[in-house]
Design a protein around this ligand. Sequence first.
Ligand code: MF3
Ligand code: CO
Ligand code: CO
Length: 289
Amino acid sequence: MKLSRNDVCWCGSQKKYKKCHLELDNKLSALRRVGYKIPPHSMIKNEEQIKGIREAAIINNGLLDEIEKQICAGMSTEDIDNITTKYLKEHDASSADYQYQGYPKSICTSVNDEICHGIPSKKVILKEGDIINVDATTCYHGYYADASRMFMIGNVSDEAKRLVEATKECLIKGIESIKPFQSTIGDIGKAIEEYATSQGYSVVREFCGHGVGLAMHEDPYIYHYHTHTPTCVLVPGMVITVEPMINQGKRFLHIGKNGWTAYTNDGLLSAQWEHTLLITEDGVEIISQ
Ligand code: MF3
Ligand code: CO
Ligand code: CO
C-alpha cells in the first residue's frame, strides 16, 4: 500500500507523511535501486520512541556508574546484582534480564574466561587481577537500553589490560564504521574483526549485537565479524547495539552447567563492551553514555 503525501505517516507520529518519513522513503528507494538491502519500517523508531529509549539509557548508565563506584576486590557478583535491583527500583525501572527466557538474575557479570551471561552468585568473589564485564539492560516505561563495561579489579596483568583496551577499541572502530545511507551492518563487523585480528585476538561469533528499544532484543542481528552475506544499509531512526566479545585465544566457546554462561574453550580471557546507538541523519549517537 503506497501512502499519499497527506496521509498519516506509517511511523505512528500522527504527522502527515510528507512532513515525516516521505523523504526517508524516497532515499531508501533510491538506495534499493542501486543495489542496497533496505531495512523494513519496523526497524525505524519515531521521535517518541527515541525519547523513551534515551530515558531508559540514562537510568542504565546511572546504574553502571553506580556499579563502577562500588566494584572492588572482596565483593561478590551477587552484590552487583543487589546494587542493580535496588538502583532500578529507586528509579521506577526494571531489569530486562530478570526472567528473560528464565534468566534468574537482574544483570550479567562475566569474569575472566566467561564470555557473557555470567550469573551473579554469592560464591563468585572478585579478586585483585580479575577482569569482569557487567552487562545491564534497563526497561523504563516500556523502553529498553542495553550497555556493558569492563572493570579491572585492582592491578591486572598487562595482557589482561591490553585485551580490555583493544576490545573497547573494537567497539569504537565498529561505531566509527557507521555512515548513514552509506555503510551496512556488515561493515561494523568487518571493522571489528580487522582490528581484533590485527591485535592477535579472535571474535566470538555465537552472540551478536541487535536492534533494541521496544524490546531487549529486536531485529536486525549485528555481526561482530566479517560476514559475506548481504546486510542492510544503516539509516536514521535505527537503534542498535554493538557489543563485540573478543577472546585472547581462539574464538570457540561452550555453555556451562547453568545453561547460560559462555566460557572460552581454551580457558583464556574474554572481554566485551556494549553501547546502544542511534543512527542519525549525519552520523551516529551513542545514547548509552
Ligand atoms: N544484555 C545482554 C545483551 O547484550 C542480554 C542478556 S540476556 C540475559 O544482549 F538473560 F542473559 F540476561
Ligand atoms: Co545487547
Ligand atoms: Co547487554
